[in-house]
Design a protein. Structure first.
Length: 208
């Protein structure tokens, strides 16, 4: 049953061989970072990487405080199913997009959860990531999961998830989906097949 399954997004894709391997492991979605990052890719690169992607794997554009023109370019490219907003975007920007929207909320302390109410009406999904200084994700570190344990809404969990801690995260939080990236890499933008496989297998074995 779908409700017993944790959906899997593999983010920071930059190489064709990593996309192919992710397809074979059975991930549900792939993220392509269009914002400034060691994993940044262009729309042209995304097209190249996703040209042979089979159906039913979602493609997510990851952006940080984009201009409206950039959002329109992403929407009109036909390359994506979702836009994941990782900055301080206004709710009206999310509400206006024609693609499904994901709003990342970076967590370091209880007060960061005030952002949840702000985006509940405008975002299709909320994603919780680790807040360290001004970094917008990709830290490789987890936040204090107890801060969101009592939240009664479906969400995507991110922030330093890998083979060594994914089972504990799933047991504690039972998220709708998980977003894995830096903890399954050999280096930024280059996935480690062994770590991807090990992490995905553990997620698929977990029953809510």
């Amino acid at each position: 049953m779908l409700e017993n399954r944790t959906m899997i997004k593999l983010c920071g894709m930059t190489r064709g061989e990593d996309v192919a391997y992710a397809v074979n492991t059975g991930v549900d979605a792939m993220g392509f970072i269009l914002a400034k990052s060691p994993r940044q890719v262009t729309l042209e690169k995304v097209k190249e990487l996703t040209d042979n992607l089979p159906p039913f794997i979602a493609r997510v554009a990851v952006v940080v405080n984009p201009e409206l023109e950039k959002v329109a370019e992403i929407e009109n490219s036909g390359l994506f199913d979702y836009i994941q907003f990782h900055g301080s975007e206004e709710p009206k920007m999310l509400a206006r997009t024609v693609l499904k929207s994901i709003k990342a909320i970076s967590i370091a302390a209880q007060e960061d959860l005030t952002e949840v109410e702000k985006y509940l009406e405008s975002a299709d999904y909320l994603l919780f990531d680790t807040k360290i200084g001004s970094q917008s994700g990709g830290t490789g570190q987890s936040f204090n999961w107890s801060l969101i344990r009592e939240l009664e809404l479906p969400y995507i969990l991110a922030g330093g998830l890998g083979a060594d801690n994914i089972e504990e995260a799933l047991k504690q939080l039972k998220p709708l989906a998980v977003d894995i990236n830096s903890r399954v890499e050999a280096e930024p933008g280059k996935k480690n097949n062994h770590l991807v496989k090990k992490t995905v297998e553990k997620i698929k074995k977990f029953k809510k």
